[in-house]
Design a protein around this ligand. Structure first.
Ligand SMILES: [Fe+2]
Length: 585
């Protein structure tokens, strides 16, 4: 039974293939077309997934698309009458959705008649819930999806048991924690799609000094888990619709403004992009985060009370809030948390596929996503060909092929000596975090490393933190929590006595958005960190994504190009170690 999940005509377009209940491949379209958060139809991602599974389009039995035009039809019609231009935009996207079978056939240059798969429309948040619970290690768990908007809902929760998820409640447009975060992010002068992450990092520099005001922006009734409502005076999306442009695969999605003048009246003048960041902005970012946590934890406590579950599975863009996720253990009775690496809309592809497998076809559970490496990989021959055609050796770069153990030792020594290392191995990561297969790795002990990385390679805002990768078995030694975080979706406090040992990936508030690395999850990366620990006594490296203001590199050619374009010192591609010409190093 082969099930293809497709997130199309929506941000983070992606595809995933599930064969007999087992995830075989999953990838975002942006990794191929090199457009960050690309929307449109993920033709290249689909082609890759089928190729990885050894299938043709004719072998696909079911196709899942995470959008259901019939969901919340009454709410949709109500707003369509109030916001005709928004309704027209949505109608255009829906027309594209009805053409998914044709687009699929076109991508494979075949007649739509030859596509024998059954097509299923899966409601957006049902796909989010399926994307986390059905690949989690839990037989029973509470489930929560929270994002900006999908099928006119922003939040959905319920209980998962075996191969079923029972929905217990949802919150419909215009009330949305995701749009709340986006609107305040825009108010703070960060206007790009995906900038919420920056503001979460900024919040660590401030104090939540404006909570009473923010409790007017997002209101709860104080009864555990009964949800929330936005103070709509402070927003505009309910009047003119959230202006999102994301049907075009060649462009990063764009968002129109979502906050009203009333927000500026309440909080002071909005910051324009490029204006200096003042303490007031940092405090507002901190309060934005603190209020999100208050509301989220209230929902989670209510969900725990109703389900009695020990574990919770999260999905939706809000589930990328690693700062909040890391506090769940203290703020709620939940003892276990699962957030798969593509918690946002890319994850809808696996969610749609697993919803079909379990909820529609009634198949039993048989798969746990224990690692994130579901994307393309490249043979030794292809890597060597890329190195050859790049002319690296002719330009004086030293290219050496080393056995795995020696490679890890030599690479670790370079890191310990302060070199910046590009580390390209195996299958590309699923989701937006580099987790040791498409990573830039550096010495966490050097406080100056953050500034060096930013100046030489990443060109990011200086207030944004870098992340630590730590040997899973050493987590409790360096962090105040030791619950595994293999997908970098949880942030914990670094133990105070360890902060001066790993200053580079320790954020200003003493936290780290850590990746715990197990020997079974990623043996090569584990070995690299182990060798670094043998040399330095520190079982931690700084890990940032292998890219420079672009989607994470996918192919070896892109890794070489990024290595040459930036000022990285050493590049590891599979078993090849590439160092700069002597005079340049
Ligand atoms: Fe979503």
């Amino acid at each position: 039974m082969n099930i293809l999940g497709i997130n199309a005509y929506h941000g983070n377009a992606s595809a995933a293939i599930v064969c007999d209940g087992r995830l075989v491949a999953a990838v975002e379209e942006e990794r191929f077309n090199r457009v960050k958060y690309a929307a449109g139809f993920p033709a290249q991602a689909i082609r890759y997934c089928l190729h990885a599974a050894g299938l043709t389009l004719a072998d696909v039995d079911h196709v899942g698309v995470p959008r259901n035009p019939w969901a919340r039809l009454g709410t949709k019609l109500f707003y369509a009458m109030r916001m005709p231009s928004f309704a027209r935009e949505r109608a255009k996207v829906l027309v594209k959705f009805t053409g998914v079978p044709e687009a699929l056939a076109q991508a494979f240059e075949t007649d739509p008649q030859n596509v024998r798969a059954r097509f299923h429309r899966v409601e957006h948040h049902l796909a989010h819930l399926a994307s986390t619970f059905f690949v989690s290690p839990f037989d029973t768990a509470a489930v929560l999806s929270a994002d900006g908007l999908g099928d006119f809902a922003s939040t959905m929760w319920g209980a998962g048991k075996g191969n079923r998820i029972d929905v217990m409640g949802s919150i419909a447009f215009p009330h949305s924690l995701g749009l709340y975060y986006t609107a305040v992010t825009q108010y703070l002068g960060f206007l790009k799609f995906g900038d919420e992450y920056k503001v979460m990092g900024l919040g660590a520099y401030g104090e939540p000094a404006h909570l009473e005001k923010f409790r007017r922006i997002v209101k709860t009734n104080g009864r555990n888990g009964n949800g929330f409502r936005l103070g709509l005076d402070f927003f505009t999306h309910h009047r003119r619709g959230p202006e999102m442009t994301w049907s075009d695969s060649g462009k990063t999605p764009e968002l129109g403004p979502m906050f009203s003048d009333a927000m500026s009246t309440l909080l002071g003048p909005a910051r324009n992009p490029g204006e200096p960041l003042e303490q007031r902005h940092r405090d507002l970012a901190a309060t934005l985060q603190a209020r999100l946590e208050e509301v989220l934890f209230e929902i989670l406590r209510g969900l725990h009370a109703r389900t009695g579950a020990r574990a919770v599975c999260l999905a939706g863009g809000v589930a990328f809030n690693c700062v909040a996720n890391g506090k769940i253990f203290d703020a709620t009775p939940f003892e276990e948390v699962y957030v798969q690496p593509a918690a946002g809309d890319a994850g809808l592809a696996i969610g749609a596929a697993y919803h079909i497998h379990h909820q529609i076809l009634g198949q039993p559970r048989s798969f746990v996503m224990e690692h994130a490496y579901w994307g393309p990989e490249f043979s030794k021959e292809k890597v060597c060909a890329a190195v050859e055609s790049s002319g690296l050796a002719r330009s004086g770069f030293v290219v050496a092929e080393l056995p795995e153990e020696e490679l890890a030792r030599v690479a670790a020594a370079h890191i310990a000596n302060g070199k910046i290392l590009g580390w390209f191995q195996g299958r590309a990561e699923w989701g937006p975090r580099a987790l040791g297969n498409r990573s830039i790795v550096a010495d966490p002990r050097r406080a100056e490393m953050k500034e060096i990385l930013n100046r030489r390679i990443k060109h990011r805002e200086i207030f944004r933190p870098f992340a630590p990768s730590i040997l899973e078995e050493a987590t409790g030694e360096f962090f105040e929590k030791s619950y595994p975080s293999p997908f970098m979706t949880l942030a914990y406090s670094v133990r105070p006595e360890k902060r001066s040992i790993i200053p580079a990936p320790t954020h200003v508030d003493g936290t780290g958005r850590l990746q715990t690395v197990s020997r079974s999850g990623n043996p090569r990366y584990w070995r690299l960190i182990r060798e670094f620990a043998n040399l330095t006594g520190v079982p931690v490296v700084l890990n940032t994504s292998f890219n420079d203001n672009e989607p994470i590199v996918c192919r070896p050619e892109e890794a070489i190009d990024c290595f040459l374009r930036t000022q990285m010192d050493v590049l590891v591609l599979g078993n090849l170690l590439i160092t700069k010409p002597l005079e340049a190093s």
